[in-house]
Design a protein around this ligand. Sequence first.
Ligand SMILES: Cc1cc2nc3c(=O)[nH]c(=O)nc-3n(C[C@H](O)[C@H](O)[C@H](O)COP(=O)(O)OP(=O)(O)OC[C@H]3O[C@@H](n4cnc5c(N)ncnc54)[C@H](O)[C@@H]3O)c2cc1C
Length: 455
Amino acid sequence: MLKKVANWGNFPVVNANIYSFNRLNHLRQTKVPFIVRGLGRSYGDASLSDNIIDGTKNNHFLEFDEQTGLLTCEGGVSLEEILDIFVPRGWFLPVTPGTKFVTVAGAISSDVHGKNHHCEGSFHKHVIWMEVELPTGKIVECSPQKNVDLFRAICGGMGLCGIIKKAKFYLKKIETAYIKQKTYKAKNLDEMLEYFEQSKNATYTVAWMDCLARGKSLGRGILFTGEHATLEDLKSTKFYKNPLSIKKKIKFNVPFYFPSFVLNPLTVKLFNFLVYNSHIGKIKESIVDYDKFFYPLDSIHNWNRIYGKKGFVQYQFVLPEENGYEGTKKIIQEIAKNKMGSFLVVFKLFGNPDKIPQKGSKNGKSVSCPLSFPEEGYTLALDFPVEKKLPEFLEVLDQIVQEYGGRLYLAKDSRMSKEFFYSTYPVEEFLKLKRKFDPENILKSKQSERLGIYA
Ligand SMILES: Cc1cc2nc3c(=O)[nH]c(=O)nc-3n(C[C@H](O)[C@H](O)[C@H](O)COP(=O)(O)OP(=O)(O)OC[C@H]3O[C@@H](n4cnc5c(N)ncnc54)[C@H](O)[C@@H]3O)c2cc1C
C-alpha cells in the first residue's frame, strides 16, 4: 500500500511502498529500485524513493568490549539506544550529530559530523568494520584495510552502493554524563572567529549566529565549547552522587503545523534578539548534562512543524578555510539584505579530515570517502521555510558557495541541481564505485535521481 513519506524538512513528500528488511530478497529478484531509510532525520529526499526499505527493525546489539569500547551492532540501532545503555556504563559516542534520533547506518551513510569535527573527525573515522549487503544479495565485509573501496563507497555514500547490516566502531570513555560548558558572546563575526581561535583546543565547539544582524553586528552570536566533565569537576555539585545518570526531562510537543504567517522576519528578529540578550556577560561557565549540550532540540518533539505544512529546507554549506571568512560574510550579508531570517543558524569550523587518524587503518592512514561532506573550513547550516521566493534566493547563495569553492551537505539537501553537485563534489570518483557495487542502479533515491548519480 502506498504511504505518504517525508523526511525531517517535510519537503518533499512522496508516495512510497514501504517494505520491511526481510523483503529485500523479493525486491532484488524483481529488480525494483529502492533505497533504505533509517529514522528519516535527513532533511530532504536522501532516503526517499518509490520503494523504501525500513531499516529501523534491523536493530540488535551484538557485542561490546568493556576494555576497548568497541561496539558491534546492527545498522538500525539508534544513537539514543546506544546512549541509554552505554552512558551509565561510562561510554559515549565518538561523534554525534545534533539529534540522537538517527540510526547507526544513517550516521555512516551521511558520514555525520559533530561539534568535535576539528579534532575527532566525522563518524567514519571511528568505524573499523562493516557487514554490507550488495544489491546482488552478496554479503561482503569491509574495513579501512579490507575491501577498502566498499568502505569508501558506503561511508558518506548515501545508501547508494550497499546496505549496512552491521557495524563495529569505538565508543569513548567518559567519567560522567556531564559537560563543562563555556559560552562566549561574540559581538560580530570577527570576534566570533577570535573566540574560535582561542578555543581551538576545546573538544567541542559550535556557535549559534544571529543571521539578521547587520552592519557592525554582522555575524554576532554565541559560541559554545565543551569538555566531558571529570568526577573531580562534579565534586562540588549535586551531580556528584550519580555522575553517570541524568534526569529525564519533560518533553514538549508541537501538536500541529504552525500557520505560515507565524514565522516571518519580525518573529525571527525577536527570537534572535531574545537568544542573544539572554546571555549576560561575555564568558560564562557551567556544568550541563549531555542531553542539554548535544541535543537541545530533541526535547521538543516535532519541532519541524513550526515551519508549517509546506515544510522547510536546511541549507548547509562548507567553504574552504582560505577564503571561507569572505564567503561566509557575503552569504550572511545576502540573508540579512533579503530578510530571509532563519531561527536555526549553526556555525562551526571543520578540521582537516586528512589530518585526523582513521581508526583500524595502518598507522591511522586516512581513507578518503568521495561523498563525505566535511572539509577544512567554515560551515553554516540555516533553515528556511518553503515559500515562493526561496528557490531563486538559494540559487544566489549557491553562486557564492561555488565562487568560494564550497559545497552543500547531501544529508540536508532537497533541491541542489545536478550541475552544481557535479561541479562541487568528486562525482566521477564515486561513480566508479557505484559501477563496481551497483552497476544496475538498484539502489536509487529521489535525491540520486535528481543529482544524476547513476552507474
Ligand atoms: C535536528 C537535527 C540535527 C542534525 N544535526 C546534524 C549534525 O550536527 N551533523 C550531521 O552530520 N548531521 C546532522 N543531522 C542530519 C542527520 O544526522 C543525518 O541526516 C543522518 O543521516 C540521519 O540518519 P537517519 O537514521 O535518520 O537516516 P535517514 O535520514 O533515513 O537516511 C539518511 C541516509 O542514510 C541511508 N541509510 C539509512 N539506512 C541505511 C542502511 N541500513 N544502509 C545503507 N544506507 C542507509 C539512506 O539511504 C540515506 O541516504 C541532523 C538532523 C536533524 C534532524
